[in-house]
Design a protein around this ligand. Structure first.
Ligand code: IPT
Length: 970
């Protein structure tokens, strides 16, 4: 290996070298008849390119080596590079994997052009076959193809050696916020074609049914032969009987000796256009023929007829201003790191569909190509993003001519690969790489090659959303506060659609104010949506015993976001990786096993295709979709009464056009007292992403309000308190006291508020009893809590009422204590009260600024299921708008609490300090009883770990807070 010419080039420190002898990227489908080289390969990991260990082991392809226990482990950094030297340098210790296997080249490939395809390798790939240098490629997230015809012999075995160098000049432009891995992460295959072959196929299909198919033809055996021609067949499932479209006409043919170009075209009458709501696809087969009519090459494509354009400040799909309900998606898997199967990707998209998403940004590189097939099929608008993020050295690299080729290479190859996907509606030049001439060069290439789609790049529109830069047609900021978006849209200065490329950072217990974003988006022209950051929590499954990635151990190691004993979700630092950025990689809407977090349910309701309105006795159903009626949906009425009764009835959804509304009769007489009406909307039939009967949304209206009755005091023995005024109660192991703190969320920590709470001492409040006054059956307890922001006065008045006690509380927070976590009561119960029944919002977790979704109802869950296992333990499990609840044991003993006003309540097995002291779930020891919080006020969640904090209306204000509750034994 030492005299290897590929190594002699030192391609890992040469940004000018983007590839050598790599075939041009194209969109020809080569899956048919390909020979898979996936499976077990010989492997050695050496400490630097050119080194040799002589020790061979085995490794699975595809799969990052960092999750396969071969000595090099994953490392997580957000944007700082793992080493200090400047681009284009790489460190001297540079894990390099040498993969080798033998393959018998099929004998019937004699005379054919034989191509090796490596799906993805990070970050530099060197290819040798039978000892001969074949090629070089960079770009860790696009396939590389090499012509092996001259180096292999059909019928004979060939030795394929793939050398993958982990760190390189290219790492500096692959500095995305995710785990660093190494290895071959997508499939490897061989295929053969006739020397006369389709070099590329470009499909353009418009909403009006016009179809053009441009074919490029080459011949590796010499000049193009006389008389070749191409045909195409469009045989969409829904048009199967329509023979008219079986054969397309060649209406334009140009031939030179070395490049043939032909355009096939047709117009499909009564075409069914493609949209994310109606992902109609047609099957296209393109054939290249020799003069005698025999077929030399074939390529199959699924075609969606649709238009994308920007008109004024609106992004239009088929003429409609669609809302972009998007999420950022990485290729991620908790066992393999990055290698994802088609089933995995389908499962991702199924979850997204079920929770109301219609768009994906492939952050921050072209995702596995199968993802786009699935997005075409299931219906998503995709922002396809090139693999460029130079974050740590962004400014230098954006204008560095040594990287110019790499920028254009990466963007152009993505476009060449993905141009035929109807789902791709926007190209993105990459992420967080400042803005320089290299971007404009890449933008220029895209403009010329694909004028049919808009282009975006956050860095180009960053300083001025209306900047007419050549690199962004869309104002696509990240984490812009709602108010700024509104001001821009109302300024008269807006020139581009405003669609945030990242917003609502989903780290830990987060996504506060999502509904406020959408209230603005839906009501203010110019605002069109955004992409939540991000889909996944990137926790890698780790064995606690030896700290290794669990690899591919099979099923049963995680469920519902929780890992099996002896395992945990690892985040930055857990593999001894240094430097690292800790838990910042756990910022997704789903857990590492794809279990939806509660914020997903909030999103589902915000994205509801059906809304319910109730005005003056009339119920209105609104169709919030852009293209579809309501006929794919079924519905049921649920009448919820405060007295505990619920009634259901089938609802007949009226025929409502997209964007329209219709009245709908309510089958129940208007009840007395507080009541709510929910329209449970489900899929009427099996959908590709959900079986019939799956919940789509649960819009709800309040029908009537009931009067709150204050329970009368009753005579009886004195309320029992100890000498400190602490309530003594047979079901409480810890009496009700004031609570001002919560286990800091990731937003609280990274946004800085948790540090203020610690400075003020809210995490370790010391209660000082001031006075205990007993008057008959009633006790008044006055206490003080000294904090670094002044003294908090707290009063409890405990009165005996029929069947229990009423507790009226007042807390006075000094002016300086202007941002507490909560103001409320905390107590603990005896063991055994394991089920919570409540009347209020639910069933999923909610907080004051994330409470637009859960309907009011009568809910019931085991206490253990109330808690949400965010990767780093933190405040979780809260329920907003709770009016009353019961905590009971299987023998029906227990307690009931009635809140004076709808309140934030949480019932878990953990004290706030238990959660705050743990870094991972395997460290938590559940308490046998319940820790119960009743909050008069609870701070919103916001998104301050990256982006705006919660809005002022969700803060806990200083001043006087009053609340009351009753406690009864069942
Ligand atoms: C932004 C990045 O684009 C994204 O990759 C991720 O790191 C996200 O932040 C936070 O999780 S960049 C940030 C500096 C706004």
């Amino acid at each position: 290996m030492r005299r290897d010419p590929l190594l002699a080039l030192r391609p890992w420190e040469s940004p000018e070298v983007t590839s050598w002898r790599r075939l041009p990227m194209n969109a020809v489908d080569r899956r048919d008849g390909a020979l898979s080289l996936d499976g077990s390969w010989h492997f050695q990991l050496v400490p630097a390119p050119g080194a040799s260990s002589g020790e061979w082991t085995r490794i699975e392809v595809p799969g990052a080596w960092t999750t396969q226990d071969v000595g090099d482990l994953p490392q997580y950094t957000n944007f700082r590079m793992p080493w200090d030297d400047f681009p284009p340098s790489s460190p001297a210790t540079n894990p390099t994997g040498v993969y080798e296997r033998s393959v018998v080249i099929p004998a019937d490939w004699a005379g054919r052009r034989i191509v090796l395809q490596v799906g993805a390798a990070e970050s530099v790939l060197l290819v040798h076959v039978n000892g001969t240098p074949v090629g070089i490629s960079k770009d860790s997230h696009l396939a590389a193809e090499f012509d092996l015809s001259a180096v292999v012999r059909p019928g004979d075995p060939a030795t394929v050696r793939l050398t993958v160098i982990k760190w390189s000049d290219a790492s500096h432009i692959e500095d995305q916020d995710q785990w660093w891995h190494g290895g071959i992460t997508r499939s490897v295959l061989l295929y053969a074609t006739d020397p006369l072959h389709l070099a590329d196929v470009t499909v353009r299909a418009r909403q009006n049914g016009k179809l053009w198919v441009d074919c490029q033809v080459r011949n590796t055996a010499g000049a193009l032969p006389e008389g070749w021609y191409a045909t195409g067949a469009l045989d969409g499932r829904l048009l199967a009987q329509d023979a008219e479209f079986d054969r397309l006409n060649a209406d334009d043919l140009r031939v030179s000796d070395f490049l043939g170009e032909v355009r096939l075209s047709t117009t499909v009458r009564d075409v069914r256009p493609w949209t994310a709501e109606t992902p109609e696809l047609y099957e296209l087969t393109v054939r290249l023929h020799r003069a005698d009519g025999s077929v030399a090459d074939t390529s199959s494509h699924r075609v969606g007829f649709r238009d994308v354009e920007i008109r004024g400040r609106d992004l239009l799909v088929n003429g409609a201003r669609v809302f972009i309900r998007g999420v950022n998606r990485h290729d991620f898997h908790p066992l393999t790191g990055r290698t994802v199967s088609a089933d995995d990707m389908r499962a991702d998209l199924v979850v997204l569909k079920r929770f109301g998403f219609n768009a994906i940004r492939t952050a921050h590189y072209p995702n596995d190509p199968t993802l786009l097939d699935l997005a075409d099929e299931l219906g998503f608008y995709v922002v396809d993003e090139a693999n460029i993020e130079s974050h740590d050295h962004a400014h230098e690299i954006a204008d560095d001519p040594r990287y110019l080729g790499a920028f254009v290479d990466r963007v152009s190859r993505m476009v060449l690969r993905d141009k035929n996907h109807p789902s791709v509606v926007i190209w993105s030049l990459g992420n967080e790489s400042d803005y320089g001439a290299n971007h404009d060069a890449a933008a220029g290439w895209v403009r010329r090659h694909d004028p049919t789609r808009p282009l975006q790049y956050e860095g180009a529109a960053k300083l001025d959303w209306a900047d007419p830069s050549p690199a962004s047609d869309i104002a696509c900021p990240m984490y812009a506060p709602i108010e700024e978006c509104i001001v821009h849209a109302l300024s008269g200065e807006q020139t581009k659609p405003l669609i945030q490329c990242e917003y609502s950072h989903a780290m830990g217990n987060s996504n506060g104010t999502l509904a406020d974003h959408w209230a603005a988006i839906e009501s203010i022209p110019g605002l069109q949506g955004g992409f939540i950051w991000e889909f996944w929590d990137h926790g890698i499954l780790q064995r606690v015993s030896d700290g290794r990635p669990a690899g591919r151990p099979g099923a049963g190691l995680y469920d519902n976001g929780v890992t099996a004993p002896g395992h945990r979700w690892a985040y930055g630092g857990d593999f001894g990786d240094s430097p690292n950025d800790g838990v910042f990689c756990a910022d997704g809407m789903v857990f590492p096993d794809r279990t939806p977090k509660p914020a997903m349910y909030e999103h589902r309701e915000i994205a509801a295709p059906v809304r319910l309105r109730y005005r003056q006795g009339v119920f209105l159903v609104q169709n919030r979709q852009h293209f579809r009626g309501l006929d794919w949906l079924a519905a049921e009425w649920i009448l919820v009464r405060a007295d505990g009764r619920t009634h259901t009835a089938t609802a007949a959804l009226p025929d409502v056009p997209p964007g329209g509304s219709e009245t709908i009769p309510m089958p129940f007489p208007l009840p007395e007292g507080e009541s709510w009406l929910t329209l449970r909307v489900t899929t009427a039939d099996d959908e590709p992403w959900a079986p019939r009967g799956t919940d789509v949304c649960l819009p709800q209206v309040r029908l009537s309000t009931g009067a709150t009755r204050v329970p009368e005091p009753v005579a009886g023995p004195p309320v029992e308190v100890d000498e400190d005024g602490l309530l003594l109660h047979p079901l409480l192991t810890s009496p009700p006291v004031l609570s001002l703190w919560r286990a800091p969320t990731d937003n609280d920590e990274l946004g800085g508020i948790a540090a203020r709470w610690r400075d003020w001492g809210l995490d370790a409040l010391v209660r000082k009893v001031v006075d205990v006054q007993r008057e008959g059956a009633r006790v008044t307890v006055i206490a003080e809590y000294a904090t670094g922001a002044g003294t908090v006065h707290h009063e409890q008045v405990i009165t005996r009422i029929a069947g229990g006690l009423r507790i009226e509380e007042t807390a006075e927070l000094p002016e300086e204590l202007d941002d507490a976590a909560r103001v409320g009561t905390v107590f603990e119960t005896v063991a055994g009260l394991d089920v919570l029944d409540w009347y209020g919002q639910g069933p999923w977790e909610s907080y004051p600024d994330r409470s637009a979704g859960p309907p009011v109802g009568h809910h019931s869950l085991p206490v253990d299921e109330l808690f949400t296992p965010y990767l780093r333990p933190q405040e979780s499990g809260g329920r907003h708008g709770v009016r009353r609840f019961t905590l009971s044991a299987p023998d029906a003993t227990g307690l009931t609490v009635e809140l004076g006003a709808p309140s934030q309540v949480s019932v878990t097995r953990y004290r706030a300090e238990d959660l705050a002291a743990a870094t991972h779930h395997d460290e938590l020891v559940p308490r046998p009883g319940c820790v119960v919080h009743l909050d008069a006020a609870h701070r919103g969640l916001g998104t301050a770990s990256c982006g705006p904090d919660t809005s002022p209306q969700y803060l806990v204000a200083p001043g006087t807070h009053r609340w009351s509750w009753t406690l009864r034994v069942l």
